[in-house]
Design a protein around this ligand. Structure first.
Ligand code: SGN
Ligand code: CA
Length: 524
């Protein structure tokens, strides 16, 4: 009798041990998310900028994993996108529809489910939500949008205080992440969220890269001179034009041209940001920009020539910021390699949305047009993903939470997204989705992009711009449809909503959009 119960006890222990070992062998997760990183600025995507500003470390992730060509967000803006990442819900479901308040903090977030199941969890860098991080063993987050130079961070141990740190944001955030990894409990799996500020506006490069790309003339996007001829008023009334809205001081760092061009409030804000630099940083800054600024002023360019030079200055700073991000991705990869963690860690590289790099003459994002609706997505996980795979299925940021929960072996709460794990083998499941829903709400937020919603399929995109204007320079009421044939018109220059040859497809898309609205219970 005693003997038998000992055996029972023993086998129970072995079972528990196996279970524990299994639980502890679950994959580590590293979610690297940049802020406003356009896929056009990642050389693995092979765009026109690739050979001028390569990103070898991010490319390594793609070469050794899977690159997604059709990854989209459901609302092209930071705070909504971050809330969607954490909850797996659409903006109207988690409440964070704009950059203002709104997030329903009581909702479960995937890091806390991972944490409860035995994962060590952390987040470093941009947080951008109006609440405290929950579900993280450790964190160190930027104040609001965060600063590039000597930024303030709040950490778990700082008693709610933001404390200034000396250094460049992209490097500091990576330092914190690697430091946390080094001190973790090696017996447990981890989930690390590494969220860079870069390359968000106002694109301030790291000291050592202030002169990078000085002699490069970046290629111009074919839609740089878009006149929005076939479009509704929404594309015409935005305030994100490189020529008209990009400021001389804050955006382009040409302080000599601030007076008479930039608003005094903006100039004051920019002066405050520059004061953050220490003397060495400031000297390097002045030295790097003085000559090119003098040349810019002397040239007295107008019209198309001015647009082109503004574009070059914008690209140089933006891509310099990207260069630092790429370096730091390399640092993370080296660390994981050295620690023998590359095999059992899934590394995801993405952005909170896409960005315009001069396409349609714009910077910023928000629109459902491709460059901002689409976001980069690269996943490296050698245990399940073969090298060099290219995925063209429709995926969206609602899919992150179900993916991470499935990877951790957890049952997902009922969520609208799909786990990307079923795509890892390189074959599309027969029942994979064939449409995506998008909704942007932040009018009258910065850049004055009108509210819109829409549906996109593998071939078409239907957008409805709607909502009250507020008179005068705040805009007229709008109610307008746009439709694009992405195969015939990938640059979305030709709105075919009024084109008789597309009427069948148009009514089909309208029905699909109505169905989506009902399915998702969209009230607005
Ligand atoms: C700031 C920027 C905008 C940008 C939003 C949202 N202005 O307001 O250009 O669109 O953030 O960006 S700035 O003068 O502060 O740079 S987001 O990535 O957080 O959604
Ligand atoms: Ca962003």
């Amino acid at each position: 009798m005693k003997y038998t119960s000992n055996i029972a006890l023993c086998s129970g222990l072995i079972l528990a041990f196996n279970l524990n070992a299994k639980i502890n062998q679950r994959p580590n997760i590293i979610h690297i998310m940049c802020d406003d990183h356009a896929f056009q600025a990642i050389s693995a995507y092979g765009g026109a900028l690739s050979k001028f500003a390569p990103t070898p470390n991010i490319d390594r992730l793609a070469n050794e994993g899977m690159i997604f060509q059709r990854a989209y967000v459901e609302n092209s803006l930071s705070a909504p996108s971050r809330a969607t990442l954490l909850t797996g819900l659409y903006s109207h479901q988690h409440g964070q529809k704009t950059l203002g308040k709104g997030f329903d903090e009581s909702l479960p977030v995937f890091p806390e489910l991972l944490q409860q199941s035995g994962y060590q969890t952390s987040i470093f860098g941009k947080w951008h939500l109006n609440c405290e991080p929950k579900g993280f063993d450790d964190y160190k987050i930027l104040l609001d949008q965060g600063d590039y130079y000597n930024p303030e961070f709040k950490s778990k141990g700082s008693n709610g205080k933001y404390i200034r740190e000396e250094g460049y944001a992209t490097t500091l955030i990576t330092d914190y992440a690697l430091n946390w990894l080094s001190n973790r409990n090696k017996k447990k799996p981890f989930c690390l969220m590494l969220h860079h500020k870069a390359p968000h506006r106002n694109w301030m490069p790291e000291e050592k890269y202030l002169n990078l790309y000085n002699d490069v003339e970046f290629p111009y996007p074919s839609t740089l001179n878009d006149d929005y001829a076939t479009r509704s008023d929404a594309a015409k009334s935005q305030e994100m034009s490189i020529l008209k809205d990009m400021t001389y001081s804050y955006d382009l760092k040409i302080d000599q041209l601030a007076e008479g061009n930039d608003s005094p409030a903006l100039v004051r804000y920019w002066e405050k940001i520059k004061k953050r630099m220490n003397p060495a940083q400031h000297n390097a800054w002045v030295e790097a920009y003085t000559k090119q600024n003098d040349d810019f002023v002397t040239a007295k360019l107008k019209g198309d020539d001015l647009l082109k030079l503004k574009y070059q200055r914008y690209m140089r700073d933006y891509l310099r910021c990207v260069k630092s991000v790429d370096d730091q991705v390399g640092r993370v990869l080296n660390y994981l390699e050295k620690e023998g963690l590359l095999n059992n860690t899934i590394i995801v590289y993405t952005s909170d949305q896409g960005f315009y790099l001069g396409e349609h003459s714009w910077f910023d994002k928000r629109f459902m047009y491709e460059e901002s609706y689409r976001t980069p997505l690269i996943i490296r996980y050698p245990k399940m993903i073969n090298k060099g795979l290219v995925n063209t299925d429709l995926v969206q940021n609602i899919d992150f939470a179900p993916t991470y929960l499935e990877l951790a072996g957890l049952k997902s709460p009922k969520l609208p997204g799909l786990s990307l794990m079923s795509l890892f083998k390189g074959k599309t499941p027969a029942n994979w989705r064939n449409e995506l829903y998008y909704h942007y709400y932040d009018y009258l937020g910065a850049h004055k992009v009108r509210k819109h919603e829409g549906i996109s399929t593998n071939r078409y995109k239907l957008i409805r711009f709607y909502g009250d204007g507020f008179g005068k320079d705040k805009g007229e009421n709008i109610d307008a449809w746009e439709m694009y044939d992405l195969v015939k018109d990938p640059n979305e220059l030709n709105n075919v909503a009024d084109n008789s040859t597309y009427q069948n497809e148009l009514s089909d898309l309208k029905i699909r959009l109505s169905k989506k609205r009902i399915e998702l219970n969209i009230k607005e």
